[in-house]
Design a protein around this ligand. Structure first.
Ligand SMILES: Nc1ncnc2c1ncn2[C@@H]1O[C@H](COP(=O)(O)OP(=O)(O)OP(=O)(O)O)[C@@H](O)[C@H]1O
Length: 562
């Protein structure tokens, strides 16, 4: 495996910020965590006192009259320990679940409110599945249960050392061997585990992205007869993850095995030397039992510290990825010039010296110095070769990509694009529907306008006839992505949606895709009714017939108007 490069100062700063954001989430749970801490102190106290108590019980059992007070104290200690563990576990688990829910909300909010131009840069972003199902729980765990384990193991280690010394300083030198042994093991374990875990997460992410994409494009896979190839590619990634997780478990197993043997040898030595001390009357059998148990606990405590440290490191790494994703999705928003809240006065569109570059392609501009003046009510065809910038231009006019300051200006009816009141209706190139009813899809975000408006727009694009034939009519569910409808039916509903509320400007990006002859007729009718209503229409198209129906055409070539 290639050696991991050292962290840059920027990466270190990002880790610091991610850590503080993660702790902020944990602080919000301070009431639950405080109660959990009280329970933790109780159970730790019981744990720490247990070996000593067991030793005393052993010594007492050989006396003729049992010490009732001692046995009562022992029973109380067992109950306190049990209750403390129970409350601590339950509260920590609740706090962790709530932190997970809050972080998932934070991620979802970041993604759903993202600047589209940054989320398009999918290559560099971790998959949503990995973030929501692996990274968030890892991060939340690291600031709840892991931290408590760390405190418990650390206090257990120190308490163990103190108790060993207080019971028998002479014997302590034997147990002293455990600590350096565990120290070295801890460092090796956490470094190895972290290295393999990071590599494993990377491969898992690759597998998530591959499976999500291929399953989304199943028809392509089937038509290309590449099922076997895809199965093999996924199996290859799974084999890599298994190999890496095997290394992680071997590292962990090696460490624990070494610990077990080391503790066994030390305990053997302790028993031998302690036995002699017992014979000489310098130690009771009970004290020796306590001593041996503390030695074992000391080893377990040190191993726990190592495990918790490695889990905490993994949690911080996960937080860096989570907050990196959220920040990236929101990054362009900070650069966006402030918007006015004015509503458009008409359907005029003015584009001035617009230059736009996608964040992922640092060298090439998708649009360069584009200026365009469209009067209210005009019907304009936007034409040009593939990749010439048509979708980019219309997406900016629709307010989908926020413009960084200095990138030029775009106004609709005199108002900056991106004003809160959506004034541009859009039928995107690959329009898709949501798993809702026909009515909810057409009126998405504008349901309050009611059935009358829904019927008006469906009539306008010739969708009413097929909708009424569906079981449930306008209430019929269309399935995920509109899977229960044909491509043309989906297109017509998307077309209808764009005209809800009679926006002053409507953009149709390649509207003829999927449409039958009747659908083509619906586009013609739509163009005619827009002319009649004075709606400004921008039609991105490669079809000569559609171009002819428009008042004029604007041609883009390599991001420039020609
Ligand atoms: N998300 C993205 N990230 C990086 N570059 C992009 C992205 N989307 C588009 N581009 C680039 O921007 C340029 C313009 O793309 P755009 O989609 O606007 O072209 P188009 O004229 O609509 O093409 P088509 O006719 O094929 O739909 C292309 O060079 C393309 O590679």
């Amino acid at each position: 495996m290639a050696k991991k490069p050292k962290k840059t100062p920027e990466e270190k700063a990002a880790a610091k910020v991610a850590k503080s954001r993660l702790f902020k989430r944990a602080r919000e749970e301070w009431v639950t965590l405080s109660f959990a801490s009280v329970a933790f102190v109780a159970s730790t106290y019981a744990n720490a006192s247990l070996p000593k108590m067991l030793g005393r019980l052993l010594d007492d059992s050989s006396s003729s009259k049992p010490d009732t007070a001692l046995w009562t104290k022992a029973a109380t200690l067992f109950c306190i320990g049990g209750l403390g563990s129970m409350v601590r576990t339950a509260l920590l688990s609740q706090a962790e679940t709530r932190i997970i829910a809050k972080m998932k909300n934070e991620v979802y909010t970041g993604l759903i409110t993202a600047d589209l131009s940054t989320t398009y840069d999918k290559d560099t972003l971790p998959s949503t599945t990995l973030v929501l199902h692996t990274l968030v729980p890892t991060a939340a765990h690291s600031v709840t249960s892991t931290l408590v384990s760390l405190f418990r193991s650390t206090s257990g280690t120190f308490n163990g050392m103190y108790m060993l010394f207080s019971i028998s300083p002479q014997l302590t030198m034997y147990s002293g061997i455990v600590v350096p042994c565990v120290g070295v093991g801890s460092v090796v374990l956490s470094k190895l585990k972290k290295k393999y875990k990071a590599a494993q997460t990377e491969v898992e992410d690759e597998a998530n992205k591959l499976s999500e994409e291929r399953l989304m494009n199943l028809p392509l896979v089937k038509l290309s007869n590449t099922e076997e190839q895809e199965k093999a590619a996924y199996a290859d990634l799974m084999a890599k993850t298994t190999k890496l997780s095997k290394k992680t478990s071997i590292a962990e197993g090696l460490f624990l095995g070494t610990m077990f043997s080391a503790t066994g040898f030390v305990l053997g030595g302790v028993m031998r030397a302690g036995g002699k001390l017992c014979k000489e009357g310098k130690l009771t059998p009970g004290q020796l039992t306590s001593y041996a148990t503390y030695t074992a606990l000391l080893g377990a405590g040190a191993a726990g510290v190592a495990k918790a440290m490695s889990e905490f490191g993994a949690g911080v790494d996960a937080a860096v990825k989570i907050y990196g994703l959220i920040d990236k999705c929101q990054s362009n928003k900070d650069k966006t010039a402030s918007k006015t809240s004015a509503k458009p006065k008409d359907g005029s569109v003015i584009v001035k010296n617009l230059t736009f570059k996608y964040p992922s392609s640092s060298s090439t501009n998708a649009l360069s110095n584009v200026s365009l003046n469209i009067e209210s009510g005009e019907i304009v065809a936007i034409i040009g070769e593939n990749g010439s910038g048509k979708t980019t231009l219309t997406s900016i006019i629709a307010g989908l990509y926020p413009l960084p300051s200095g990138a030029g200006s775009v106004t609709v009816g005199g108002a900056d694009v991106g004003v809160s009141d959506c004034c541009v209706g859009v039928v995107p190139q690959n329009s898709s529907l949501l798993d809702l009813s026909v009515f909810e899809n057409v009126m998405y975000g504008k349901e309050e306008m009611g059935m009358e408006e829904c019927r008006r727009v469906c009539d306008m694009v010739g969708a009413t006839k097929f909708v009424e034939k569906l079981e449930g009519g306008f209430k019929a569910k269309v399935g995920r992505g509109g899977c229960k409808l044909s491509g043309g039916q989906r297109q017509r509903l998307a077309l209808a949606r764009a005209f809800v509320g009679a926006p002053p400007v409507v953009i149709l990006d390649e509207p003829n895709t999927h449409l039958d002859e009747a659908g083509e007729g619906a586009i013609k009718d739509t163009l005619a009714s827009c002319k009649k209503n004075g709606t400004t229409l921008l039609v991105v198209t490669h079809q000569e017939d559609t171009v002819k129906l428009c008042g004029r055409s604007v041609k883009l070539e390599g991001g420039v108007i020609s």
